[in-house]
Structure formats: structure tokens, C-alpha cells
Design a protein around this ligand. Structure first.
Ligand SMILES: [Zn+2]
Length: 349
């Protein structure tokens, strides 16, 4: 029995994303604070602002609209932005070796902010102890794929997920009675959960229950610029023949030079293929709700409920999770590629 428990601890130790190895306090404080979420990436230790600021008796605020983090210091606020190497303090700014980034939905800063910059800028005496100073790469991130783009900030302001059909409109129905409207909602919820953990952008579901939604409500209001929004409209198909199978991604004919919808479709397809869940064809078509948006939008027909193999993927918990993870990765890579085409995210006031 003890052996089994030890083995479980061993396993847990391997997959546990987070090691509580950093202790810190102000020199005149009695007790040290244990930082529970410590992330290793690119030979750098990252610490969540939410945990380190209270230890330093500082308060911070995240401004989601401007994508800026404010630390209320005296006499000036300190400003940080995910993906930006600039740390601004009053009128001056300095360059960080690593930019702040999100881990598990939390904005984290490189260790240097605590060990070097905050003491220097604010005259703080900080006792800092990293008991695990040897950087070892840890596989803990949801999107820790080979070509890892999780290190990049994501220039999206909104992700709209539209679970197709609902209420009186069941959509496609399998011979066994599995309804499209239920599968799309379940998939949308899973996708929302995964994307939320990433802290990529505000997520909006066009419905979160079994009710009808008008076409005009199947898109979102634009947040920021059009290119900073995306819409995924989730569907599955049915057909007379159980042989018919496959996934199709629909999007509008090219309407801007960047053709972001196409790039998004490519990214989603690549992720679905890599996950071994689908190999999609593309079709450009003028179709609602795509034509109601001004931003990159894809209508996904993810497979056929009338095809036994695809039904078992689409309707099983495991299959849904695999599809949701692949879609999340596709969104993430799309956003990261967009960012590479733009430049460094500037810290603006
Ligand atoms: Zn449908």
C-alpha cells in the first residue's frame, strides 16, 4: 500500500505543474510568504503578480481593456504589459530580459522583477529565496506542443464561441437520437474552459443553455479592432448515408488583404489534424452568421452524426475533450502568429 502511495506521489510530482519553492518577504516583515505557483520557461523563473505583490505589501490591478497591469507604488505606478519587455515607472522605463506572460490565466513576471527591479525602483529590501534555482524545463502547460507558442502574448480582445442551434431547433440528429444542439453546447463549454485557463481574451458564448438564439445574436460586438476578435460557430452534420464523413470549415470570400479567416481556418485545421481528430476541407461561402461579423469567423462542421465512427468521437467525453483542446490550440497558434506579424506590444498609457 505504501508503495502505491509513494508511486502516486512520484507520479504527481512529475505532472504537478507547480512547485512551491520560492519564499519571500520584506526585510522588516516577520514571516516569509510561500509562492505556490512558480513557472519555469525559457530558462527563467516566472512568478504570479497575484502572489508576490501581497508579500511586498503592494497592490496591483489588471486593466483588461488596455492589457496593462498597474502596480500602485509611490510616488508613481509601475506599468507592465504581457508580451512587452518594457517596465514603466513614472516617466522612465527599463527593459526586462523576459516579458511578463500568462500562465494558467495569471499574469506572471520574471524573477528579475522581484530580485532586481522592484528593490531598485522602490527602495524595497526584499529577502528572496528560490530553493529550486536550477532551471529545469517543466512540462506543465496545456499547450506545451513542440512548436510552443504559449510564450507569446495574444493580441485578441474577444473570442466568440457560438454553439449551433438550440431550443426548438435541434440541428442534425443521429439515428440514435443524439442532437447536434447538445453536442455543440458541450463542446463550446469545454472550449471556453480551456481558453479561459489560458487568459487569452474575454470569451463569449452566444448561448450557454438549451434555448434558441437569433442569427443576429450569434456574433459578438466588436471589441478593439476587428482583427482582434474571432468567431467560432460550432456545428456537426448528418446525411442519408452512414458512409459520408469529414469536417468542413466555412468562411467568407476574402475581404481583406490579411485574409485572417483563412489563416484562422488553417490554424484550426492544423491543430485538428495534429490531434488526429479531423482533416478538414475549406469552403468559402456567404453564410450566416459569418456574414454578420466584421471579424475573422469560421463555421465548423466537425463531422457527421450519421457516420458511426465520427459519432463516437463527437459524442464521447474523450472525443469532445480532444476536439476542444485542438480547437483551443488552433486559436492560440493563430493569435501567436498574428502577433509575430505585428511587432512588440508597446506599453502605452
Ligand atoms: Zn448545424
Amino acid at each position: 500500500m505504501i508503495r502505491i502511495i509513494c508511486f502516486l506521489f512520484f507520479l504527481f510530482g512529475i505532472v504537478n505543474p507547480v512547485a512551491a519553492v520560492v519564499e519571500m518577504r520584506l526585510a522588516d516583515a516577520k514571516d516569509s510568504v510561500l509562492i505556490r505557483s512558480v513557472y519555469h520557461r525559457d530558462d527563467t523563473v516566472f512568478l504570479p503578480l497575484r502572489e508576490i505583490l501581497p508579500a511586498l505589501q503592494l497592490i496591483g490591478v489588471w486593466d483588461g481593456a488596455k492589457r496593462l497591469y498597474w502596480i500602485n507604488a509611490k510616488p508613481d505606478a509601475i506599468l507592465l504589459a504581457p508580451g512587452s519587455h518594457k517596465l514603466r515607472y513614472g516617466k522612465s522605463s527599463l527593459t526586462l530580459q523576459q516579458a511578463p506572460r500568462f500562465f494558467a490565466g495569471e499574469l506572471c513576471v520574471p524573477e528579475e522583477v522581484v530580485t532586481t527591479h522592484l528593490p531598485r525602483l522602490l527602495g524595497l529590501k526584499i529577502i528572496y529565496n528560490n530553493h529550486d534555482a536550477v532551471d529545469r524545463p517543466k512540462k506543465h502547460f496545456l499547450f506545451n506542443e513542440e512548436n510552443d507558442s504559449s510564450a507569446l502574448p495574444l493580441p485578441l480582445q474577444q473570442i466568440v464561441i457560438d454553439p449551433g442551434h438550440g431550443g426548438d431547433d435541434p440541428g442534425a440528429i443521429s439515428p440514435e437520437g443524439v442532437k447536434e444542439k447538445d453536442l455543440t453546447l458541450e463542446l463550446a463549454r469545454r472550449l471556453e474552459k480551456i481558453l479561459k485557463m489560458e487568459g487569452l481574451a474575454p470569451i463569449r458564448l452566444t448561448r450557454d443553455g438549451d434555448y434558441a438564439v437569433s442569427q443576429s445574436r450569434r456574433t459578438g460586438e466588436v471589441h478593439g479592432t476587428a482583427a482582434e476578435n474571432i468567431l467560432l460557430s460550432l456545428h456537426v452534420s448528418a446525411w442519408k448515408s452512414s458512409q459520408t464523413h469529414g469536417c468542413t470549415l466555412y468562411f467568407l470570400p476574402e475581404r481583406d488583404n490579411e485574409d485572417n479567416s483563412f489563416l484562422l481556418a488553417q490554424s484550426l485545421d492544423a491543430a485538428l489534424q495534429a490531434a488526429g481528430v479531423a482533416d478538414c476541407s475549406f469552403e468559402r461561402v456567404i453564410l450566416s452568421p459569418l456574414n454578420r461579423t466584421s471579424f475573422p469567423a469560421i463555421l465548423l462542421e466537425l463531422g457527421y452524426l450519421t457516420n458511426p465512427e465520427e459519432l463516437s468521437l463527437l459524442a464521447s467525453s474523450d472525443g469532445q475533450e480532444r476536439i476542444a483542446r485542438a480547437l483551443a490550440l488552433g486559436v492560440k497558434n493563430y493569435a501567436a502568429n498574428r502577433l509575430r506579424r505585428t511587432t512588440d506590444v508597446p506599453v502605452t498609457q
